[in-house]
Design a protein around this ligand. Structure first.
Ligand code: SF4
Length: 226
């Protein structure tokens, strides 16, 4: 039987991006295909679920909290695409919006579940913040594939981030659609006046190419909720 590794299922407010403050039922898929320097997800804890078990658990929480948004998060949910497709097929989707949080690298996996997804929160991985190589071409390909969904881009930035990286990200997004929102998220571990001021300068710069650029830190961490 097909099962998935799930780290946690919980209801809370969305603490990142342009849906900030809306109530989400989070399903955190275990495991990731990359290792960002700032990653704060638990690398050990998971439970195995069948699609039927997960649907049962989700249905209960949807009723209890009057859930509107189901957030597929991680880790990287697209690493378990076959399961995600089976689960979303079983779920009664009529009153729910499916929100996918992804690192924007697994384009062909996304294509397999795209029809079920309403909103895509796609990361642009900035090398100075992740400590990894750049994924510009992969991100561009993914963004093109997600363009007919409600999509926005999130880029985690830090004190070592270079203006050229933000410029590059803004140009790539603008080449797909200049109205796709870009959220600059100051990395939680370095959150300070200095970083916010720098991020606001990058915001002004990115606005030369894009119509909607916002500076939004991880609010759930600031107010101490899960
Ligand atoms: S993509 Fe997300 S889950 Fe994966 S390592 Fe980076 S921060 Fe962690």
């Amino acid at each position: 039987m097909l099962t998935a590794k799930i780290s946690e299922i919980f209801f809370s407010i969305q603490g990142e991006g342009i849906y900030l403050g809306t109530g989400h039922l989070f399903i955190r898929f275990f495991g990731c295909n990359i290792k960002c320097a700032y990653c704060d997800t638990d690398k050990n804890k998971f439970k195995q679920y069948s699609a039927q078990e997960l649907t049962g658990a989700v249905d209960k929480l949807v009723k209890k909290h009057k859930v509107k948004y189901i957030s597929l998060t991680g880790g990287e949910p697209l690493l378990q695409t076959e399961f995600v497709a089976l689960f979303l097929k079983k779920l009664k989707l009529d009153k729910l919006k499916i929100y996918l949080e992804t690192n924007g690298l697994l384009c062909s996996d996304f294509a397999r579940i795209k029809k079920y997804i309403d909103i895509v929160a796609m990361d642009f991985k900035i090398p100075s913040a992740t400590g990894l190589a750049a994924f510009w071409a992969e991100h561009q390909r993914f963004l093109k594939a997600a363009k007919n969904k409600k999509v926005f881009v999130k880029a985690v930035v830090g004190l070592k981030t270079k203006s050229a990286e933000i410029k590059k990200a803004a140009k790539i997004i603008a080449a797909v659609d200049k109205d796709i929102a870009l959220v600059l998220q100051p990395v939680a571990q370095q959150l300070s006046d200095k970083l916010i001021k720098k991020t606001m300068l990058w915001q002004a710069m990115a606005q030369q190419d894009l119509t909607d650029v916002r500076v939004i830190p991880q609010v759930h961490k600031l107010i101490g909720v899960h």
